[in-house]
Design a protein around this ligand. Structure first.
Ligand code: GTP
Ligand code: SPV
Ligand code: MN
Length: 580
């Protein structure tokens, strides 16, 4: 196979001349091709079969132990001008970046096969979808991209009909952390990745394209590319509200998107549309609509069990690729908090022992087609997307942030999003558990200057009067013993219910300086065995802590200098004064 698209053919030719692969294979995205790739990897030993009785068509991939997460310090936005990238990104001049990468790519595919992977982010028939082509020497990338995107012939046809496409070049190289870079060239719609096989560094359709490059394009074209789940909340009357929620990596998006209501709320139903990325557009009526550019879940494995997330637990019993989990002695996948079975082999392939750490890496992942999820919404395939009623921001905060609060206006909501801060997790290399600022959960993913990004967010209020309401949640408050104060998971439905009641004007709230909080009795927790004093602390604010927070947040905003939108500065000032 090859292509009628001259630009694509020329680029493939040019890359092959540089990387010098032994073979070039154009991927058609068929199930046969997937099976062939799996067999190839089983032969090579880069994939191993799991117990086919308990886990049909499931496989385990163990990565290089030094290559288990995103590498933010090695990820760059290479715009022409450094200010475009902003202090929120690492920046390199495009020419310098290309020279560095050309040195790494020179002959890097000798003796290997280069796969040409055309893909479409979003439903093939959607006007909001965007295409890309990834060139990679990793079969692991090919099988993951097959599940994650609309990959192969249908995407290539879109490109041949004249769609623009993002050019992504990826090589695993030597998997040497000293020779690893993820470079983005937003002006040229291109990505260059070298030296890692891990998800967010190597599956270029996901964070590199659908967030970093797409956020840049979205600003120019008047839409938003966000690190958000999309869910539908169906009430007992059969009415469904759609909610988009942004939480930093490993802070609960997949879990919320698949939530199973507790017994008391069994007449409610959550439908999943997406668990990680949302592309948001205003339609002709001024309604904000969302599509999910992905077609699979690339989810955190540890913590997934029949109680916390039954939907996810069930969907990963078959047709799943596991990366970096442990195994039981009968070859079933095993991870911390699975609650059944015992580990006998760890994620490095060594016999399991308590002393050598967890059996599954804390950032071990499952890759599984979205269609395996029982709660998958049929509207996830709708070309026009779904109308969004509420936008929710959140993070991991032991202290400070209440369970839920509501912005008083769109501008205020943008400020709340810009103020997201969260404890770091294992999804990226570096220290875990330290609070860092992570505006809109986009710190690692915004492809341009945050000050411009906030201006772009603010501009939506000038284009429509039908914008969703904005909220902030925190499932992660803890006591001095480190125990969570809120049960989380399925019980988060109670908070979602309050959110839609607020959207529909059905419930009053407690007005504070930082926003509207639930009245103590507006969310029923009588059956949850929460101490009344704890409950009060979850739905109230500590003024001293908030004064401190607003002062630190103010310093952060000021670091963006003259580019910081005045509306945001004023709103920050207004809330600080109200707290004083
Ligand atoms: P990325 O895929 O990295 O973007 O992560 P995510 O935001 O989808 O996070 P995910 O839902 O995979 O959850 C990450 C971890 O947080 C898992 O170990 C979950 O078990 C845990 N978690 C999710 N929701 C809750 C909750 O409501 N309460 C508590 N205590 N933990 C939660
Ligand atoms: C995240 O880290 O936010 C993920 C996993 O969703 S990755 O695709 O690696 O970015
Ligand atoms: Mn994510």
């Amino acid at each position: 196979m090859t292509t009628k698209n001259q630009a694509l053919a020329a680029w493939v030719h040019e890359v092959a001349a540089l990387t010098r692969p032994q073979n070039i294979v154009w991927c058609d995205g068929s199930d046969d091709e997937y099976d062939r790739m799996v067999n190839l990897m089983l032969e090579e030993g880069t994939l191993s079969p799991l117990n086919s009785q308990t886990h049909p068509n499931c496989y385990l991939h163990l990565s290089d132990p030094q290559d288990v997460a995103r590498v933010e310090h090695l990820t760059f936005i290479c715009s022409e001008n450094a200010e475009e990238a902003g202090d929120n990104n690492n920046w390199l001049a495009p020419e310098q970046a290309k020279e560095k990468m050309a040195g790494l790519y020179d002959g890097c595919m000798q003796g290997r096969t280069m796969y040409v992977v055309p893909y479409c982010m979003g439903p093939i028939a959607s006007p909001y979808s965007r295409c890309g082509v990834e060139l990679t020497d990793s079969p692991y990338v090919v099988i993951n991209m097959k599940l994650m995107t609309r990959m192969g012939s249908a995407a290539l046809e879109r490109i041949e009909r004249g769609d623009s496409f993002v050019k992504g070049l990826h090589s695993v190289g030597e998997l040497d952390p000293e020779r690893r870079f993820i470079m983005h060239f937003p002006e040229e719609l291109s990505i260059m990745s070298y030296g890692s096989g891990y998800g967010g560094n190597a599956l270029l359709g996901k964070k590199c394209h659908a967030l970093r490059i797409a956020s840049w394009q979205a600003r120019q074209e008047g839409w938003l590319a966000e690190h958000m789940l999309i869910l539908g909340l169906e009430s007992p009357t059969g009415e469904t509200h759609y909610i988009a929620a942004a939480f930093p990596s490993a802070c609960g998006k997949t879990n919320l998107a698949m939530l199973i209501p507790p017994e008391k709320y069994k007449d409610w139903k959550i439908w999943t549309l997406g668990d990680d990325i949302a592309w948001l557009h205003l339609d002709d009526e001024g309604q904000l609509r969302a599509i999910n550019p992905e077609a699979c879940y690339f989810g955190v494995v540890p913590g997934t069990n029949a109680k916390t997330n039954r939907n996810a637990y069930d969907m990963i019993q078959q047709n799943t690729i596991f990366t970096n989990v442990g195994k039981t002695d009968d070859n079933q996948p095993w991870w911390e908090d699975k609650k059944v079975g015992e580990p006998s082999v760890d994620w490095k392939g060594n016999p399991y022992s308590v002393e050598s750490g967890p059996a599954a890496h804390p950032n071990s992942r499952f890759t599984v087609s979205a269609t395996e999820n029982k709660a998958y919404s049929s509207l996830a395939e709708a070309p026009e997307g779904v109308p969004i009623s509420a936008i929710v921001f959140g993070g991991r905060r032991k202290e400070l942030a209440p369970l839920v609060y509501e912005a008083k206006s769109w501008e205020h909501g943008v400020l709340i999003g810009a103020g997201v801060a969260s404890e770091t997790t294992a999804a990226a290399t570096g220290e875990v558990g330290v609070v860092r600022r992570d505006p809109m959960a986009m710190k690692p993913f915004c492809g341009y200057n945050f000050a411009d990004y906030w201006s772009h967010w603010l501009s939506f209020a000038e284009r429509t009067d039908k914008l969703p309401k904005i909220f902030h949640v925190n499932w992660f408050r803890q006591n001095d013993e480190g125990e969570f104060l809120w049960p989380g998971f399925g019980e988060n439905l109670r908070v979602l219910q309050w959110i839609i009641q607020r959207c529909d004007g059905e419930v009053s709230a407690n007005e504070t300086a930082i926003g509207y909080l639930p009245n103590e009795d507006s969310i029923d927790v009588s059956d949850l065995n929460i101490d009344p004093a704890v409950w009060r602390s979850l739905v109230s604010i500590n003024d001293d802590q908030w004064r401190q927070e607003m002062s630190e947040f103010g310093d952060y905003l000021n670091s963006f200098g003259g580019k910081l939108p005045k509306k945001l500065r004023d709103k920050h000032q207004e809330i600080s004064s109200a707290l004083a």
